[in-house]
Ligand binder design. Structure first.
Ligand code: XIL
Length: 463
């Protein structure tokens, strides 16, 4: 009985002891603070804010220009603060900063809070990197063409546009003048003027010429849309067009998008185009075969044939469809590469989505053309001026995609083409396909031909 009583007493003692110890420990453990969005953001500073942590006596504030805090803004490494906010001063305008905070009592320090990103207002005094894109792209381990979408009227010798194009870009694609609608005015009748000017410009200046695009549902001339012949005669018209155009540019154009956008956006289906309707499911293969035959007959045995499409990184059924098309072409040895348009936004696709998409082409041993890159920053029409946040977010996105592209194996690289030079000339806000309301700033140069941070991001992607 005595022993039992003693046992109960001892366990009671231990229990009380450990319970009270636990209480002390809980009380002594400082929670990490929650950092809040900044206030009073100005050109050279902002007010950093965070929540109260019980038992804390002060806070330690870190401010950095990088998210990982590998370096600190001078004076802001574990800066002691006794309030729940601090005005951070002495910063550079138009620049991204990050802050985080820890709570402290006498001796104890909590873990880190969440990290808050803030971009100071005003234009950054930090000059953009003036290095020419193609100069840097030619120096990487496995170089590739840096391409630009052009219009014939922009190619006036000595213009600002012409100078930048020659300095920075090593490939061109016609933005629309090498499509079927502008070239083919009637059966067997061609208007070569604008397309010839573009091709001659590339050839004369040592710039690669990518042909875009032989067959596209959005550039079918009216005479062909209204064609009253049989389906077999329709196919012969398409064959004649492809043959004549490829022959005309044989030896002058290095590569062609033979078929553009044949996959539908829904359900991984084939797009229900006039070509599918009139020529049947084998039409893509037929078009590639006709292009190949015409090139060979004209003595150009190294013409590269591409299939080109968009939104395959985010739309997986569509991606699957595109790779089914490609597998089919590959089985007949008719395709050399895939064009990924990449009309992206500052939020999408993610790095992983792009990598997965491109890697499917790598495993098939195909050349990869990022063929129409632009990065929207106002796809939801929520800004009316190009804000610093969006400017820097866009810079990161350009950097990311260039980095992904540059990391591809040498054999899979071809060109990375940007779809337009100046923001104010981009197709994005005017496109009928995109339904983009409001303005946007998707490119590498502003309306005065000044390089943007996106251009610096492009260069940084080549590091
Ligand atoms: C766009 C051009 O940028 C516009 O100027 C033209 O009016 C319509 O075509 N996918 C493509 C490109 O393959 O050819 C399109 O270019 C954009 C979408």
């Amino acid at each position: 009985m005595k022993i039992k009583f003693l046992l109960i007493l001892t366990s009671l003692f231990f229990c009380l002891n450990s319970c009270s110890k636990d209480d002390n420990e809980v009380a002594a453990t400082l929670e990490a603070p929650i950092a809040n969005a900044p206030k009073e953001v100005v050109d050279n500073g902002f007010r950093a804010k965070w929540n109260y942590v019980s038992n804390s006596k002060s806070y330690l504030l870190d401010v950095s220009t990088n998210e990982n805090f590998t370096s600190f803004v001078s004076g802001y490494e574990s800066k002691p603060v006794t309030d729940l906010n601090e005005v951070v001063v002495g910063l550079t305008a138009g620049t991204q900063y990050f802050y985080r905070v820890r709570a402290k009592n006498e001796t104890e320090i909590s873990g880190y809070s969440n990290v808050i990103s803030v971009v100071t207002t005003g234009l950054s005094g930090i000059p953009e990197d003036p290095t020419f894109l193609k100069v840097k792209a030619n120096k990487v381990a496995n170089p590739f063409f840096v391409g630009m979408a052009v219009k014939a009227a922009q190619l006036t010798s000595g213009s600002g546009y012409d100078i930048i194009l020659k300095n920075e870009f090593s490939s061109i694609s016609a933005e629309y003048e090498m499509k079927m609608d502008p070239i083919s005015t009637a059966s067997g009748v061609y208007n070569w003027a604008a397309a010839d000017k573009i091709v001659a410009y590339g050839n004369a200046n040592g710039i690669n010429v990518h042909g875009h695009a032989l067959v596209w549902h959005n550039a079918v001339p009216n005479w062909l849309k209204d064609f009253s012949g049989t389906d077999a005669e329709f196919a012969l018209e398409v064959k004649k067009y492809i043959t004549d155009v490829v022959t005309h540019y044989a030896g002058k154009v290095k590569s062609w998008d033979v078929v553009n956008e044949a996959a539908d956006d829904n359900g991984g289906n084939m797009r229900n185009t006039i070509f599918l309707q009139r020529m049947g499911p084998n039409y893509i293969k037929d078009c590639f075969q006709w292009a190949r035959d015409a090139a060979n007959a004209a003595g150009d045995t190294s013409l590269l044939l591409f299939y080109n499409d968009y939104a395959t990184s985010t739309n997986i059924p569509k991606q699957d469809r595109v790779f089914t098309i490609v597998d089919d072409l590959k089985a007949s040895n008719l395709i050399d590469g895939i064009g990924f348009q990449m009309h992206n936004t500052y939020l999408s696709p993610t790095k992983a989505q792009i990598e997965t998409d491109l890697n499917r082409a790598v495993t098939k041993g195909l050349k990869i053309h990022i063929s129409e890159l632009d990065i929207q920053v106002n796809q939801s029409n929520d800004i009316s001026t190009f804000t610093n946040e969006r400017r820097l977010a866009q810079k990161e996105k350009y950097k990311e995609i260039v980095k992904i592209y540059n990391a591809l194996p040498a054999a899979n690289k071809y060109a990375l083409t940007v779809w337009g030079m100046k923001d104010n000339e981009s197709w994005i806000p005017y496109s009928t396909e995109l339904n983009h309301v409001g303005n946007d700033w998707p490119l590498l140069y502003d309306s005065n031909f000044a390089v943007k941070s996106s251009h610096t991001g492009f260069l940084e992607g080549l590091d």
